[in-house]
Write a protein that binds this ligand. Structure first.
Ligand code: FAD
Length: 499
């Protein structure tokens, strides 16, 4: 049995750990924090649980190939309730609620009622959402690996992809902002801008709308925290070890082979190392000499960091009569850290059990933008806490303006900045996905080192735009490369329900 060390117990690290155990390796994960999950986490403040990552999970539908992966790694169990939203977001336009229904037929009827003058574009939007519904993230095997369960891209999936290729290419070339301007109704424009962000490729908007329309964009009961705790339990049940509070300082490279790591000043030997932290951070910090990999150099040049300032809000009133995704216009656009916001959006967790004390509600909002430099500057000038307080006050006033029943009842405001994410997960710029703006090519980077043997990579950074599906899939892929290199059969269970 070969000894494998995994660096990081995020979703990618635990996926790699589980697949490596199944393929017969002896696995230890070193995690710097005291919990598993990394960016995929939630936290409690004064009785309020703030969902920090999972908004929709690609692969939560039984019909998708990724579902089997989530089952195998224990993220989804038989008993897991998967909530599918009817309405993705609701925008309040001059007091009128405009709903972004997930079902394209319902969406078409609703939008046509609201804005008959946009009929042509509404019909096209819904037609294209129906096309993108057929797309499912494929789970593929790496070339040359021997696998116990062959995992091919089905013919029906390939055929399903054909009609969207020309649409994808057209939507890749425009931003969501440009696409939204096809609509005359300002409410419809604002709703579309809020799904994935205004600067992203319009194709990201269609992938997301297609995903939720097909029922494959559910929210798992208990959210990020329960999901990643389930994964860590599965890893341990399979015989793996997780060492918490164990920051890996360096990967040991001897004779061009990864032969272990240095943790807390101690050497720990291994036959292979899988790095499941932000690849860019790893390349910069985990090696005595910088890794000389052309693909990492390319990644460094090309990556545009997706990051946010996240705010959790605890309100001492029951907001379950309000929709789960709320978007409000703002009287005057506000600028924060160099980013201008035209709307204010909230996720409302009042519909879920145990997210807040009885009769109260947990809300969250993300101010999207790579504001790392801004916050770093505030930290250096000693104004960091003051700036967080200023932001908390702005958020309180926005919540109170838009939800009058919350007025005077805001008990908690918790601000996490890109510096928080950097400290917590070690990600570059505190970024947890990669921005894909119009014209940007989709990229998949290798999971294996070109220059150091027995060294593998997993994690969100390896495939644009990243996120949980990429994290879990690259963990699996890293183990496939390892199995291929040592001529061992990859044993990942694809067709077995695991509980
Ligand atoms: C606000 C927000 C909303 C999101 N919404 C969604 C969504 O709806 N859907 C979706 O798919 N994705 C979403 N994401 C993105 C998703 O959460 C991340 O892309 C994913 O969790 C990344 O997982 P990972 O395992 O690649 O990396 P990470 O989560 O960064 O895990 C890396 C782990 O390695 C540890 N580590 C780092 N350095 C070291 C070291 N030197 N030694 C030991 N341990 C180390 C870290 O502590 C961490 O636990 C969201 C993220 C955020 C923050």
């Amino acid at each position: 049995m070969k000894k494998v060390i995994v660096v990081g117990a995020g979703v990618a690290g635990m996926s790699a750990g589980i697949y490596a155990l199944q393929s017969g390796f002896d696995v230890t994960i070193f995690e710097q924090h005291s919990l598993p999950g990394g960016n995929c986490t939630s936290w409690k403040r004064k009785g309020y649980l703030f969902e920090g990552a999972l908004h929709w999970l690609t692969g939560s539908s039984k019909d998708s190939s990724l579902y089997q992966v989530w089952r195998n790694v224990g993220a989804i169990k038989d008993a897991t309730n998967i909530y599918i939203k009817d309405i993705f977001y609701t925008y309040y336009h001059n007091g009128q609620a405009i709903h972004l229904y997930c079902d394209p037929d319902r969406l078409e009827r609703h939008f046509l009622e609201i804005s008959p003058e946009d009929a042509k574009e509404i019909k096209l939007l819904c037609k294209d959402v129906r096309c993108f519904m057929k797309v499912s993230v494929p789970v593929l095997d790496v070339k040359g690996v021997k696998v116990r369960h062959k995992n091919k891209m089905g013919m029906s999936m390939l055929l399903g992809l054909l009609p969207i290729l020309p649409k994808m290419s057209a939507y890749d070339k425009m931003s969501v902002l440009e696409y939204s301007q096809r609509f005359q109704h300002p409410g419809i424009r604002a709703l579309l801008l809020n799904v994935v962000g205004a600067n992203l490729k319009a194709s990201s908007l269609f992938f997301t709308l297609g995903c939720v329309a097909s029922g494959d964009g559910g929210y798992l009961e208990g959210g990020s925290l329960v999901m990643t705790q389930n994964m860590s339990k599965r890893f341990i049940e399979l015989g793996g070890k997780i060492e918490y509070s164990s920051h890996v300082e360096k990967v040991i490279v001897e004779d061009d082979k990864a032969s272990g790591v240095i943790v807390k000043g101690q050497r720990v030997d291994a036959d292979a190392v899988i790095i499941a932290i932000d690849t860019l951070t790893a390349a910069e910090k985990l090696f005595e000499r910088p890794l000389n990999e052309t693909w990492i150099e390319k990644m460094r040049k090309d990556i545009k960091f997706m990051a946010c300032t996240f705010i959790g809000i605890g309100v001492e009133t029951d907001l379950s009569s309000l929709p789960q995704g709320l978007v409000f216009p703002v009287e005057r656009p506000f600028t924060f850290a160099g980013e201008t916001f035209y709307t204010f959006s909230l996720n409302n967790y009042a519909h879920y059990k145990d997210y807040a004390p009885k009769g109260c509600s947990a809300l969250t909002t993300c101010l999207m933008g790579d504001t790392y430099a801004f916050w770093k500057g505030k930290k250096e000038s000693g104004e960091y806490e003051m700036e967080k307080e200023k932001l908390a006050k702005l958020i309180i006033s926005l919540v109170e303006q838009n939800i009058p029943q919350a007025s005077g009842k805001i008990a908690v405001v918790d601000v996490a900045t890109p510096l928080t994410y950097e400290r917590y997960c070690g990600t570059k710029h505190g970024s947890w996905m990669t921005l894909q703006e119009k014209g940007d090519k989709s990229m998949t980077y290798p999971s294996v080192s070109d220059t150091v043997k027995q060294l593998y990579f997993a994690g969100q950074r390896l495939q644009t735009p990243g996120g949980l599906p990429v994290a879990v899939d690259t963990g699996r892929k890293a183990v496939q490369y390892l199995c291929r290199d040592i001529d061992t059969i990859f044993q990942g269970k694809m067709n077995e329900a695991v509980n």
